[in-house]
Design a protein around this ligand. Structure first.
Ligand SMILES: CC(=O)SCCNC(=O)CCNC(=O)[C@H](O)C(C)(C)COP(=O)(O)OP(=O)(O)OC[C@H]1O[C@@H](n2cnc3c(N)ncnc32)[C@H](O)[C@@H]1OP(=O)(O)O
Length: 417
């Protein structure tokens, strides 16, 4: 069976075996993950509520005897790529190594087994959100979609009069949200490269934040001429104190999804209309969301941060390159080097009509993680060459690659996992 029997023995200090997690080991490995991320031990009550979202499938643990010392988890879903195709995705949603066993190769062994498993199951792309940006490049993951944090102060920030906005916004009870939002997310669809499907096991934790005992999230839905077409999930942090009783609350947007610009504008207009709020903060928004242009005074859309959001790993380079669309331009030959999955190492010709392996000389040379950065269109080949990540072997080839790979819309994931 792929993924079993990887032994680790580093300097005689650590002995471990990487193998699939069994049913009985689910809770122990979730606890281990929680400890590594410095969250609380999972209570019986929480386990009863969302233990189902931690199935044994697609989890590999590093074990010292029967004791888990590392966990690498993923779930199967799909991802939209430039041009609109949707590809199977291994969504890596939980990585952790026990604090007394770090820096001895446990993660390295688990990542090798997880990648072999993706290969064996024919999954062409893997993705994750990184706790630290220095960890995953060595395993072939590249920062593929950025997200911006915006701050809109109230009451100063308001939409200008020509922003198209129609329809109604209504708030849902937690029970209505649980029933309606998964279907609405599906109907809105994966309309940007980088968006992923949300399988059944993704929802329970989100549900817990809505309807669980500590649930603080609020959901509002937009309805247009064809029915519900957008939703926002937010919560608030009260900043009123005795010293400043009028400070108001900060409204934190957890997610905002809309099928079209009208629904999106109406949801922003709604958020900016809520009383006793000193400002609206949203993290991981698409970098090209035109909030500044939507405001009467565009300086009130303050971009507080732009950070790495989705990291992408081409697992099957030929399949991944063949699946996305390219713009009209002269072909370019890429020399890809993949240290973890050497079968990917080779030359690929990219043309507007498709891609194929070739023996032709390469115009540009790059590693698998850099291909992950280039793939969704977030970074230009020119920028990656200037940053020393792409070696230009044929003068002018980076500009040609830019013409082929550029996308009009920035990639965006919009789902935390
Ligand atoms: C997708 C997600 O779930 S993101 C969440 C990731 N988890 C966490 O951040 C929880 C806290 N951290 C941990 O559990 C561990 O430190 C891990 C999982 C990040 C790393 O596990 P380890 O077993 O220590 O990694 P391993 O020993 O295989 O290290 C491999 C290489 O990566 C480097 N590395 C590992 N972690 C880090 C880090 N946090 N920062 C910088 N370099 C790192 C190591 O130095 C090593 O480099 P080398 O090959 O040049 O010697």
């Amino acid at each position: 069976m792929p993924g079993t029997g990887t032994d680790g023995r580093i300097g005689g200090m650590t002995d471990f075996d990487v193998r699939p997690v069994t049913e009985d080991e689910r809770r122990g490995t979730l606890d281990l993950l929680g400890r590594s991320l410095h969250t609380n031990r999972i209570s019986d009550e929480s386990w009863a509520r969302y233990g189902d979202s931690w199935p044994a499938a697609h989890k590999f643990g590093a074990f010292d005897g029967t004791t888990p010392i590392g966990i690498a988890s993923s779930f199967d879903t799909d991802i939209a790529v430039p041009g609109g195709a949707v590809l199977p995705l291994g969504a890596v949603d939980g990585i952790g190594v026990r604090a007394d066993r770090t820096r001895r190769g446990v993660l390295t062994a688990m990542m090798a087994v997880q990648l072999e498993d993706f290969v064996a199951r024919g999954i062409p792309l893997a993705a994750l959100h990184a706790s630290e940006p220095t960890i995953y490049g060595r395993f072939g993951y590249g920062s593929a979609a950025l997200g911006k944090t915006v701050w809109l102060p109230r009451p100063a920030a308001r939409l200008h009069d020509r922003v198209p906005a129609a329809g109604d916004v209504r708030m849902l009870t937690p029970q209505e949200a649980l029933a309606e939002i998964p279907g609405l997310y599906r109907r809105i669809g994966l309309h940007r490269a980088g968006m992923i499907g949300r399988p059944a096991e993704w929802w329970p934790i989100a549900h817990d934040r809505l309807a669980g005992p500590t649930g603080s999230h609020v959901v509002a839905v937009h309805s247009g001429p064809d029915g519900d077409d957008g939703f926002v999930v937010y919560d608030t942090v009260d900043r009123r104190t005795l010293e400043s009783p009028d400070e108001g609350a900060v409204l934190k947007v957890r997610e905002l999804h809309a099928a079209d610009p009208v629904a999106r504008a109406a949801l922003w207009r709604f958020l900016l209309s809520i009383d006793l709020v000193s400002g609206v903060r949203a993290r991981y928004r698409p970098v090209d969301e035109p909030l500044a242009a939507m405001l009467a005074d565009h300086r009130h859309a303050r971009t507080a941060d732009v950070e790495d959001d989705l990291w992408l790993r081409p697992v099957d380079v030929a399949a991944a390159l063949a699946a996305r669309a390219y713009r009209a331009a002269d072909p370019v030959v890429l020399a890809v080097t993949d240290r973890q999955l050497p079968a990917n190492t080779g030359h690929y010709e990219v043309t507007p009509d498709g891609t194929h392996r070739t023996d032709a000389a390469a115009d540009l040379a790059l590693d698998a993680d850099t291909l992950g950065m280039l793939y969704l269109g977030q970074w230009s080949a020119t920028a990656l060459a200037e940053a020393g990540r792409i070696e230009v072997r044929t003068p002018g080839a980076a500009a040609r690659a830019d013409e082929l790979f550029t996308t009009v819309t920035a990639p965006w994931c919009g789902t935390h996992f």
